[in-house]
Design a binder for this molecule. Structure first.
Ligand code: BGC
Length: 770
């Protein structure tokens, strides 16, 4: 896959068709708008290998869990993001020969993802029979301006013959997920209406009962002029089609525009879906492709104006970061607090499209720094609304008195993942959710959030830590037994340093926040106390006791934190000693061998040092980095970015750059050989952080933005946009200077290389790098 795509600053280009890598390309060229998404499947039926993927945010199916040995506490189901009805369908036959890219004669194939303007384009020459050929160009987008609209323009230009083209425009709900536990179809077709010029279908998900309605309209142009054609209409439950037969002469240009509105019962009452969808498709057709496309482009322009990262001198790095920013914005727009960010976004079925700790630990810091505060706030509100379910989940596992254990994987707040070592043991996710509240407030300054929602969550999580930690008479310390840290290559360990440290941090933060509210908003605190039944004195006393006496595994000899109590009993080896043919180890070694090895899947102690960096000096970070990085195999996409940020932090720019490239082009170069399943959307946020927090050294401290930029020698310059408390600014770093432009109408408090400045609105500041 390495060299499949051309290097370009703004585009991903596949030159020549590579059917053996079609699934990979379908992931890479996916489009989305936060509301729906579509893999780069072809409009025409394709008999070759493909993962069909069309997704509507928030629509899922609770697929009953299949496990050999059921353990008490296991969730009933694993949620699956649904492959939704196919809206892109356009089949083409020319002179009776049906186009199928797996079988037809084609040449000059090119597929382009234009990240600047947010569309997918495909062009090729199709020869229906000897001596006949036509150019075909297809463009599609899902609108950023009107999120329910998906649009396609499909153009044919015969090169050297006269003939007949038949376009079959259809909507089809006969779709399946590849990933099902029982091979079932998840949709039931309940409505259709096919007329000349339009078609509508409604399908309903089994069990969850979500309704999705799609309405299509079309328009035809020949040589730029509107063409009236009478279609052949077909309809049956779950399927509608309009077939158009058009005669063409040599060099005619014929374009079919397909306008589709996708509506779901998440946003409208079921009874209204058909009328809303058909009115919206009608609106789209009347407005026309060009105008809708212009509005869509304009939305992307606005996004890029405030989120672009520009790198001079390194096209691979440039393409990589734009690819990441592009997909993150396609996945989440922050308009709907019921939605979240699946690790694969809208690009595949893996991970079920559900929410993981990835959101708080990786995606949230990205959105905090690139989008208005409301976007990140909605991510927090999502968890706030799930607090009741997190408490229920705690209860199910035997906790009580309002102890909240957020799920490792969820759609609606219920746990829906069942590997015991993850579901029951990867409890560190609770720490990430608590830290997200702190992170949100320090970035946005929205202190009200604590009183409105944050403290309730912190109380629930603190209660969980209190009950999950037990006192060891032997050590005279609190311990947290039987956990899995972020490094999933060790299970059921005792005292994972990261987990224990995050537990202590949460308890301290909860107490500090309670005290602050007591001082500043006693009325709000009273309400929270009555809602949560907090026994202030007794519970805080317990929390303080744990804070003071939590066990923190440490190696006195090396002066490093220990990943867990037994880590030093392992044979310590460098990952460089693993033969190349055995990498990734998760595809070559038995699970047993992995678990007993010292090899680390992803940042674990280092994750903690990244999150709580303020508490540790550079020497400590360096010692731990030098100890753990050589044992880390980075077989989770979430790893290299954190290591890269820390490498920058300790001044190891060479390593930081090496790790950066790995994270930035993880999918484009398919490092982990799994792009076919979808893209690593949440790790893309980590990539952005490797530039901004890593090379740029951006931190928020004491109500001020801090920067201490470095620049990799491969780059002439780089610049990025970031936000702090609704202030937008741009940072440009060259080998010689740092330039900050305040793009807001308020002064920006900043410190560069530890010296403070207040930059006036619209002003620039240049600081020399020594
Ligand atoms: C990682 C987890 C992560 C999940 C989803 C796993 O491979 O180990 O930390 O939450 O992928 O991205």
């Amino acid at each position: 896959m390495n060299s499949l795509f051309e290097k370009d600053e703004w585009m991903i280009i596949e030159d020549g068709f590579h059917p053996e890598l079609n699934r990979e390309a379908e992931s890479i060229f996916s489009i989305g708008n936060g509301y729906m998404g579509q893999r780069a499947n072809f409009e025409e039926n394709y008999s070759g290998d493909s993962l069909q993927g069309s997704y509507v945010a928030g629509i899922y199916y609770p697929d009953k869990t299949r496990v050999g040995w059921w353990k008490n506490g296991y969730p009933e189901y694993f949620a699956k993001v649904l492959n939704a009805p196919k809206w892109i369908g356009i089949d083409l036959s020319v002179d009776g020969c049906t186009l199928d890219l797996a079988k037809s004669e084609i040449r000059s194939f090119r597929r382009i993802l234009n990240m600047k303007e947010g569309y997918l384009e495909r062009s090729f020459v199709f020869s229906p029979s000897r001596g006949k050929s036509l150019e075909i160009a297809v463009r599609r987008f899902v609108s950023m301006a009107d999120p329910d609209l998906g649009l396609i323009s499909y153009t044919i230009r015969p090169l050297d013959f006269n003939g007949t083209a038949e376009f079959d425009l259809y909507l089809d709900a006969d779709v399946r997920n590849e990933d099902t536990n029982y091979g079932e179809k998840f949709w039931k077709d309940i409505y259709f209406k096919a007329e000349e010029g339009s078609g509508i279908i409604t399908a309903k998900t089994l069990k969850t009962g979500f309704l999705v309605t799609m309405a299509m309209k079309w328009m035809l142009r020949k040589n730029g002029k509107k063409l009236i054609a009478k279609p052949l209409v077909t309809g049956r439950p779950g399927y509608v089609s309009n077939k158009l037969v058009i005669n063409f002469s040599n060099s005619d240009e014929i374009t079919v525009y397909k306008y589709v509105s996708v509506q779901s019962s998440l946003n409208h009452p079921g009874k209204e879906l058909v009328s809303v969808a058909s009115a919206r498709a009608e609106y789209a057709m009347k407005k026309g492709f060009k105008k809708l496309f212009d509005e869509h482009k304009n939305e992307w322009k606005k996004i890029w104006e405030t989120t672009d990262v520009h790198i001079e001198g390194d096209i691979e790095a440039q393409q990589g970061i734009r690819f990441n920013i592009f997909h993150l914005n396609q996945t989440y727009t922050g308009k709907d607090e019921r939605l979240n960010i699946g690790p694969k976004g809208f690009t595949g079925e893996k991970y079920g499209g559900s929410t993981y700790w990835d959101t708080e630990a990786f995606a949230l810091p990205f959105f905090l720094k690139t989008a208005p505060a409301g976007v990140a706030r909605n991510l927090l509100i999502y968890r706030y609304k799930h607090l009741g379910k997190a408490i229920e989940n705690g209860k199910k596992l035997g906790f009580r008195d309002g102890a909240a254990l957020y799920p490792m994987v969820t759609m609606n707040g219920e746990e829906c993942h069942n590997e015991w070592e993850i579901t029951f043991e990867e409890i560190h996710r609770n720490g990430a959710i608590a830290f997200a509240i702190y992170n949100y407030i320090r970035h946005t300054g929205d202190k009200r959030y604590m009183a409105d929602c944050g403290l309730e969550v912190l109380i629930g999580i603190s209660r969980f830590w209190k009950q999950r930690a037990t006192f060891s008479e032997n050590l005279g310390k609190y311990v947290i037994l039987g956990v899995t840290g972020p490094n999933e290559y060790e299970n059921n360990v005792s005292n994972n340093w990261y987990t224990n440290t995050m537990a202590v941090w949460t308890l301290s933060f909860a107490i500090a926040s309670l005290n602050e509210l007591k001082r500043n908003n006693p009325e709000a605190l009273k309400k929270i106390i009555s809602k949560t039944g907090l026994k202030q004195e007794a519970e805080i006393r317990d929390w303080e006791d744990i804070i003071g006496r939590m066990h923190s595994p440490f190696d006195e000899k090396r002066k490093v934190f220990l990943q867990q109590d037994g880590f030093l009993d392992k044979e310590l080896r460098l990952s460089a000693s693993i033969p190349k043919r055995e990498r990734p180890i998760n595809q070559h070694w038995s699970w047993d061998r992995i678990l007993r090895s010292c090899f680390i899947k992803q940042a674990d102690v280092l994750q903690g040092l990244y999150v709580l960096e303020e508490q540790y000096d550079t020497e400590t970070i360096k010692r731990n980095f030098d100890f753990y990085e050589p044992m880390t195999v980075h077989e989770s996409s979430l790893s290299a970015c954190i290591h890269s940020i820390l490498a920058s932090r300790i001044g190891n720019i060479k390593k930081a750059y090496e790790l950066y490239l790995r994270t930035a082009r993880l999918d484009l170069d398919d490092y982990n050989r799994e792009v076919a399943d979808g893209l690593h959307i949440t790790s893309m946020a980590g990539t952005w952080l490797s530039i901004v927090e890593g090379f740029g050294g951006m931190r928020i401290r004491s109500d001020r933005v801090e920067l201490s930029p470095l620049i990799p020698e491969q780059w002439r310059s780089y610049s990025f946009h970031a936000r702090f408390r609704e202030l937008l600014f741009e940072v440009k770093v060259t080998g010689k200077s740092v330039k900050i432009t305040n793009l807001s109408d308020h002064w920006l408090p900043i410190s560069i290389f530890k010296k403070s400045y207040d930059i006036k609105s619209s002003a620039k500041l240049v600081v020399k790098i020594k």
